[in-house]
Design a protein around this ligand. Structure first.
Ligand code: ADP
Length: 478
C-alpha cells in the first residue's frame, strides 16, 4: 500500500462548500482499490469534531499557531480521518472560511498554515505508527504543506503533490505575517512565496510540490494563459513539465438514479417523467411545451449566471422553464428573485443537497454557463440522470460533455449534451434555442439522454490516474 496523506480544508460528507469537498471525500475510497491507503487531515471544525465518537489522540502541540492543538484519529464515514483539534482556530460558528458578515476570518492565513504545518509534522514522523510516503495538498489551504516539507528533515524523502481546484483562491496574506506563519523571511521572493508584495500559500505549493495537478486537462492548458491563470500562469509555465489535469468523478452511490432515496427511482415506470411532474408541483410551475431547465450553483461571476438572466427570454419564449437553486452574490440573488416573478421561473436561494437531487432528477436539462470551470460536478450529475448538460466550452465542461453537432449527431449518435462558445449571453441564447428545438425531436433527445446516462462519470478512471501519478512521483529521484 502506498501511504498518502491528503491535506484538505473540506471533505464530504462532513464539511462542504464546493467541489473540493466532493473530491477529497471520494478519492480515498476510490484509491483503496488501486493500492493507495489514504488518510485525510481535516480541521476540527465543530461539524467535524461532532462526528467523532471515540477518537484516539495521536499527537499534541502546546503551541500550534497561537494555542494548543491535538490530532485526533478515527474512521468516520469511510474516511480514515486525522482531525486537527485546535479550538482557537476552528471552534467557531458561521462558515468554514467566512464570518457571520460574509467576510474572510481575519486569521484564515494562520488557520490553514496550521493545517499545512501539521501535515508537514506528520510527514516528519509526528505519529508513532504511521507516516506518509507522499502528501497530497489541496488548494491554497494545503499549499504551505509542500513548503514546510521542503524546509524540514522530510525534504527529498516525503513527496508532495499540489492540486488546484480553483486558481481564483490563492491564500494571500500580508508580508507582515511571515513569522506568524512560520515562514522563512529569506523565502519571501518572487520565485518563492511572494506574490506582488504578499505571501501566497497557493504559490508556495506550486513552487515546492513535486507535481502539480488540476481537475481537468483543459483547465490545465487554460491555466497556462493570462486569461485563466489569474497571475500564476508564469509559475505554472515554469513547472509545466510537472503539471497535469485529472478529471474529477462523482460518487456513483450517492448519485444513482435507480437507488437515490431523495427521488422517485428511475426504475419505477415513467421514472424521469414522474420526477419532472413532482418538481413542477413542488415549485408551482404550470405544464409547459418546452424543456424544464435546472441550475444548481454558487451565484458568483465565475458561474456566468448573469448571462443566463440575459438569455432567459430565449428559453421562456419557446415554452421552456427554469428552476434555480443557489446562494452567493447579493445582486445575483436579487436579480433571480425578480426573474422568479415570471410564472415559468422558480428560484430557491439557499443550499439544499436533497433539493439538488430532486432537481437533477426532475429536470430535462442542466445549465452550466461558467466563464471558467476547473472541472464542474453538476454537469456530471446531469449526465448520470439523463438531464442534458448545456455547458460553456471551458475547463472540465469541455472535457466531459460531447456536444450535439452535425458530426456527433450523424450516424451513430454520440452526443451527450450541448455546448456553447464564446461564453456570451448571445451564444447561450442560441444554445437554449437549439435545446428547445432538440427537445421536440423526441427520438433524438432520448438517444442523447441514453448516451449521457451511459457516459462514465465515476471515479474509476481518475483514481487510476492519481494512483499512477503517485507511483511516478514516488519513483522520481531528487
Ligand atoms: P464549485 O466547486 O465551483 O462550487 P462544482 O460544480 O465543482 O462547483 O461543485 C459544486 C458542488 O456544490 C456540487 O456538488 C453542487 O451540487 C453543490 N452545490 C452548489 N450550490 C448548491 C446549492 N445551493 N445547494 C445544494 N448543492 C449545491
Amino acid at each position: 500500500m502506498t501511504r498518502v496523506l491528503s491535506v484538505t480544508s473540506e471533505a464530504t460528507p462532513l464539511v462542504k462548500t464546493g467541489g473540493l469537498a466532493d473530491v477529497a471525500g471520494a478519492l480515498p475510497g476510490a484509491l483503496a482499490g488501486h493500492g493507495v491507503g489514504m488518510r485525510t487531515l481535516l480541521p476540527g471544525y465543530p461539524a467535524v469534531t461532532a462526528e467523532l465518537r471515540k477518537p484516539k489522540t495521536c499527537a499534541e502541540w502546546p503551541d500550534c499557531f497561537g494555542g494548543p492543538a491535538r490530532l485526533l484519529a478515527e474512521q468516520v464515514a469511510g474516511l480514515d480521518l486525522l482531525v486537527l483539534d485546535a479550538p482557537h482556530l476552528y471552534a467557531r460558528g458561521a462558515g468554514l472560511y467566512l464570518d457571520e458578515t460574509g467576510r474572510d476570518w481575519p486569521d484564515n492565513p494562520e488557520r490553514f498554515a496550521a493545517l499545512s504545518w501539521v501535515g508537514a509534522e506528520i510527514a516528519n514522523g509526528a505519529l508513532p505508527d504511521w507516516s506518509p510516503a507522499l502528501v497530497h495538498a489541496h488548494d491554497w489551504q494545503g499549499g504551505l504543506a509542500p513548503y514546510y516539507i521542503a524546509r524540514s528533515p522530510a525534504a527529498g524523502k516525503v513527496r508532495a503533490v499540489q492540486t488546484i481546484h480553483n486558481i481564483a483562491f490563492q491564500g494571500l496574506a500580508p508580508a507582515a505575517r511571515l513569522s506568524a506563519l512560520r515562514l522563512d523571511p529569506a523565502d519571501f521572493k518572487p520565485d518563492n512565496l511572494e506574490y506582488w508584495g504578499k505571501i501566497s500559500a497557493l504559490k508556495a505549493g506550486l513552487i515546492h510540490a513535486d507535481w502539480i495537478t488540476t481537475v481537468s486537462p483543459t483547465y490545465a492548458e487554460e491555466l497556462l494563459t493570462p486569461e485563466f491563470g489569474m497571475g500564476l500562469e508564469g509559475v505554472l509555465l515554469g513547472r509545466r513539465a510537472q503539471f497535469s489535469g485529472i478529471l474529477n468523478g462523482i460518487d456513483m452511490d450517492m448519485w444513482s438514479p435507480d437507488k437515490d432515496p431523495h427521488i422517485i427511482p428511475y426504475n419505477k415506470p415513467r421514472g424521469k417523467a414522474a420526477n419532472k411532474a413532482a418538481l413542477r408541483a413542488e415549485f408551482d410551475l404550470p405544464k409547459a411545451d418546452g424543456p424544464l431547465c435546472v441550475v444548481i450553483s454558487r451565484l458568483t461571476a465565475q458561474k456566468g449566471l448573469d448571462l443566463l438572466l440575459e438569455a432567459l427570454p430565449a428559453l421562456l419564449e419557446r415554452g421552456g422553464q427554469l428552476v434555480l437553486l443557489g446562494t452567493g452574490d447579493a445582486a445575483l440573488e436579487a436579480a433571480f428573485r425578480m426573474a422568479a416573478e415570471h410564472p415559468d421561473v422558480a428560484v430557491r436561494i439557499g443550499y439544499d443537497e436533497w433539493l439538488a437531487h430532486r432537481m437533477i432528477a426532475g429536470g430535462d436539462a442542466i445549465l452550466v454557463p461558467s466563464r471558467f470551470e476547473p472541472c464542474g460536478l453538476t454537469q456530471l450529475y446531469g449526465l448520470r440522470y439523463g438531464t442534458l448538460p448545456v455547458v460553456a466550452l471551458t475547463g472540465g465542461l469541455a472535457d466531459t460533455v460531447i456536444p450535439a453537432s452535425p458530426a456527433t449527431l450523424a450516424g451513430k449518435v454520440v452526443a451527450t449534451g450541448l455546448q456553447f462558445n464564446p461564453v456570451t449571453a448571445l451564444a447561450l441564447s442560441n444554445a437554449l434555442a437549439r435545446l428547445c428545438a432538440l427537445y421536440h425531436q423526441r427520438d433524438l433527445w432520448h438517444r442523447i439522454s441514453r448516451n449521457a446516462m451511459a457516459h462514465p462519470v465515476g471515479w474509476e478512471h481518475s483514481a487510476e490516474s492519481y494512483a499512477q501519478l503517485y507511483k511516478g512521483v514516488l519513483g522520481q529521484t531528487t
